[in-house]
Design a protein around this ligand. Structure first.
Ligand code: ADP
Ligand code: MG
Length: 601
């Protein structure tokens, strides 16, 4: 029998290894930006074409490479960053495995130009299929320019796996943001399809956060800063009011390396406990610095996960530091003192929030049993909660999809409607009553209106007399670009107006306009939640988002006429019994049930 085992040729081995390191254009962006940082650049320019599929180029003014190093850097395990195994435990650079450039050279065409400061002439190399194809001297500034072209040109199967440009661009912006946040001293530029998306001047971390994550953060950040012999933490967390429904802007860096850690995330969340709703996420940009010997960064292919020598200490420290920061922020105007061990746990610190919450719950106490559990069988009987345990008629289930017909004897024109708690509408029936939830009902109404709209029959748009200009951050802008055509069908005329800026020319004619800036931010946020977190289809996400945005709110006083319209429109809905996300829009009570409650047979 002949031998069947053979050693793979280098270019194939490299291609396989590349699979872990370079999965999409964004992975190359990460690696190339980190190389520029490691080369001590003070200016880094990222250039993209076709969301990085055609070109990812990074130009830096760092140390550059000699001709010999330039040839070597594409070899697997070629690195200048470690020499011996002990170095692995003292890593202060972003890279250290010598895999990135080898991987990139295995799956893309590469053009490298580089020159160190002590050499007059630079080196230019062209590489494809892990082979150096041409080498020549070149006049080039000190530093390095590395262009990766036509990613996966030689691995079509992986090329086909790439997502839409908008999706790939989102990943790239995420990587760019992570590196740019970690190094606010470095000037970063980002150009995509010949358009400049970012020009980030060197500055403070706070300035960098605002540049990257958007102006609304300007006055919404609380500084975190604690130092011990073992580790330091610095950075910013968002004030509780900025908490969002999507995970959004959450960044942890350990020794300036972005990491993902559910464990540390939990530490932050627990520090916010009682300050934000349980389904909300706070924003944060936090840097933990500690002796590199205390962390192992070599546990994950893209180094995004790390292992702490003592995880518990880090957890406790993060939690305490953030509690301290939040506590100080809520009392600083009158008192400004050093952290006292007991102070963080004082309930008075959290009072503004709990007090508010208490009032809100008190206001809707009577109905808390209904609204919390939605379903009759989930309401428990309890002595100190006399309102709980009402035997409500089973709410029609979302699957039933029955139209919410009324008995024909009802004459809506002459029925008196009452608003209750500025949230519910009582609709009397011959044998009981219906309790409509105004916000949910209206969401259903708007949803069906939007659903009926399409390219043939778009929702009429009212042109604004004074069009509003809105400014977004880059990732919001990419998302909005994706949605513009659909939004137009749904009555929103929004036009791009230069970099990250849009003009709202018109809004749905049947709605009040105003607050466009906030509306669009909110819209994108909610859309992300539905489309990305809940993975609902694009159209469905958009319809639900808009329906929610356009609906009247609980807490809003309604006129007699508004109530009547709402009830009528709900009755005309195909699925008037449930809100778009499947919650009941009304509950129905019959006299028999009420009699029983009062102890009558
Ligand atoms: P690693 O970063 O893990 O060392 P890479 O494959 O990313 O591995 O890079 C290999 C080597 O090439 C680096 O160790 C460095 O010496 C050199 N190099 C890569 N990019 C640059 C750059 N932009 N400027 C200077 N040297 C670079
Ligand atoms: Mg590297």
């Amino acid at each position: 029998m002949s031998n069947t085992i053979h050693v793979l040729p280098d270019h194939i081995a490299n291609q396989i290894a590349a699979g872990e390191v370079i999965q999409r254009p964004a992975s190359a962006v990460k690696e190339l930006l980190e190389n520029a940082v490691d080369a001590e650049a003070t200016e880094i320019h990222l250039i993209l074409n076709d969301a990085g599929k055609a070109l990812v180029q990074v130009i830096d003014n760092g140390k550059g490479m000699s001709a010999a190093d330039a040839r070597l850097c594409f070899e697997r395990h070629a690195t200048s960053k470690i020499n011996q195994i002990d170095d692995l435990f003292q890593i202060r650079t972003m890279g250290f495995r010598g895999e990135a450039l080898a991987s990139i050279a295995a799956v893309a065409q590469v053009e490298l130009k580089t020159r160190p400061a002590d050499t007059e002439v630079g080196t230019q190399l062209e590489v494809a299929n892990s082979r150096i194809e041409t080498e020549a001297p070149v006049a080039t500034p000190v530093g390095t320019s590395l262009a990766m072209k036509n990613l996966f040109f030689n691995v079509p199967a992986r090329r086909n796996f790439l997502k839409s440009n908008a999706a790939e661009m989102r990943h790239i912006l995420e990587e760019f943001t992570r590196v740019a946040l970690a190094f606010p001293d470095i000037r970063f530029q980002l150009t995509a399809n010949h358009q400049q998306l970012y020009q980030l001047e060197p500055g403070s971390l706070k300035q960098r956060i605002v540049q990257l994550l958007g102006n609304p953060y300007q006055s919404k950040l609380v500084a975190v800063q604690e130092q011990t012999d073992y580790l330091n933490i610095r950075g910013f967390v968002g004030k509780p009011e900025t908490a969002k429904k999507t995970r959004g802007d959450q960044y942890f860096f350990v020794n300036n390396r972005y990491i993902k850690s559910a464990y540390l995330h939990h530490a932050v969340m627990s520090a916010y406990q009682a300050l934000i709703a349980s389904d909300q996420f706070p924003s944060y940009v936090l840097f933990i610095d500690l002796d590199p010997a205390q962390v192992d960064v070599n546990v994950h292919p893209t180094k995004q996960e790390i292992k702490f020598e003592d995880e518990k200490i880090v957890y406790a420290f993060v939690q305490a530091a953030i509690r301290h920061a939040l506590a100080q922020f809520s009392i600083t105007p009158t008192l400004d003192f050093e952290l006292d061990a007991g102070i963080q746990s004082l309930s008075s610190i959290q009072q503004p929030f709990t007090e508010e919450k208490k009032q809100a719950t008190a206001g809707s106490r009577l109905f808390s049993g209904f609204t919390q559990a939605h379903q009759a069988h989930r309401i428990e009987r309890s002595a100190d909660k006399p309102w709980a345990g009402l035997p409500i008629r089973e709410v029609p289930s979302p699957e039933a999809q029955q139209p919410s017909l009324l008995p024909t004897s009802i004459d809506l024109e002459h029925t008196v409607l009452t608003q209750l708690l500025q949230t519910y509408i009582i609709l009397p029936l011959p044998d009981g009553y219906r309790l409509l939830h105004q916000q949910r009902a209206h969401e259903r109404i708007r949803y069906e209106k939007l659903l009926a709209a399409d390219a043939q029959k778009p929702i009429a748009s009212q042109r604004s007399m004074f069009p509003v200009t809105i400014e977004l951050n880059a990732s919001e802008a990419t998302l909005l670009d994706e949605l513009l055509p659909e939004l137009q069908e749904l009555g929103y005329l929004i036009e791009p107006f230069g970099k990250h800026t849009y003009v709202v020319q018109g809004t749905p004619a049947d709605l009040d306009s105003g607050e466009e800036q906030q509306t669009i931010h909110w819209l994108l946020e909610q859309y992300k939640y539905l489309a990305i977190e809940l993975k609902l289809p694009k159209k469905e996400s958009l319809l639900r988002t808009l329906a929610r945005q356009q609906a009247i709110r609980s807490g809003q006083m309604l006129t007699e006429r508004e109530m009547r319209e709402l009830v009528q429109e709900l009755l005309q809905c195909k699925q008037g019994n449930v809100s778009p996300d499947g919650h009941p829009t009304y509950l129905e009570f019959r006299s028999g049930q009420l009699n029983k409650l009062f102890g009558f047979q």
